[in-house]
Design a binder for this molecule. Sequence first.
Ligand SMILES: [Zn+2]
Length: 377
Amino acid sequence: MKFCTKCLFPDTKPDIFFDKFNKCDACISAERKHNEKNFKKIDWSKRELEFSYLLEESLKISSKNEYDCIVPVSGGKDSIWQVYAMSKIHNLRTLAVTFDQFDQTPIGLHNLNALKEIGVDHLHFTLNPKVIRDLVYKGFEIIGDPYWVNHVGIWTVPMHIAVKFKVPLVVYGENPIFEYGGPDYSRDNMIMNKKWRQEFGGMRGIREEDMVDDNITSEDLKMLVYPKDEDIEKYQIKGIFYGHFFKWEPIKHTKFVMNNLNWKPLETAPKGSWMTQENCDMQFIDIRERIKYLKYGYGRATDQLNIAIRQGVIQRDEALKIVKNIDGEVDEENVIKFCKYLMISKEKYEEIIDSFVNQEIFYKNNENKWIPKEERY
Ligand SMILES: [Zn+2]
């Protein structure tokens, strides 16, 4: 395994590109974003202007209808801040749309109240929980991601609501490819559409229709099937990334929502994570991140510390010591809850987890534990 010289990403991460100095593309994007020494600096004032042109065009369409924009909102710090930005900074008639989390936490539910503090209309959409559970199981079993259904829901349901209410603008937060790595052609992309969702939206090569089986019908999946092209075109609906136009700054968002909107972080970070301000609404985040760790050799703590390294909040060697201790950790009580939710045995759970281990980078020791073959550096 090879590691980025600036952050802690390994080259086993999917969709990551290293330059000749072994620096990863997420680090290069961060330099562009903060206008450090980089020849492809971003002209943020130009992008801001592009955003105002886009709003102008969009308002011509929405002025006849009930809402100017939709913001998909999980209740996390960034999406709450995004709702605030659209409704209070840009003064748009905003409809917040939540795709219900199957493993919502008390703190996550509390944080959705921030929408009341802001003062916006809010649609909370819950897909049939029985269908959700089947899809969580299938995502876990087939691709090692229990959150497959959430990814699809977050990228698709708000687009359906946009069609129903004829809302021309659906505003997502950061462009994940720019912030966390991915192919060159998608780093400066501002548009979220069906093609983008399929390639980068956590679908992992599975289309919604592939999930049909004896338990799940295509009728069950209708809200997860992307709206028809002709409807999107008819109402001139655009899905965009706000982070393309304005510098995406999670630390500022956190401070703002905590100080102004009574938003609360977790009391302690989930196992396998370093931060208390992220994934506050995902009870089983440690399980997903455990699988990621066993597939690619890095977990949630790496993602979080990488951002801190790029912002100069922590040194790489100090962060490396931390990730070695916490990446891939899982809360055993949470595993029991997860098995209970899916109605599977612990043995079945272990069998599924083991099926995703990359045995080129991990081996099983005498205590039946997966151990990295190489020390991270
Ligand atoms: Zn890097």
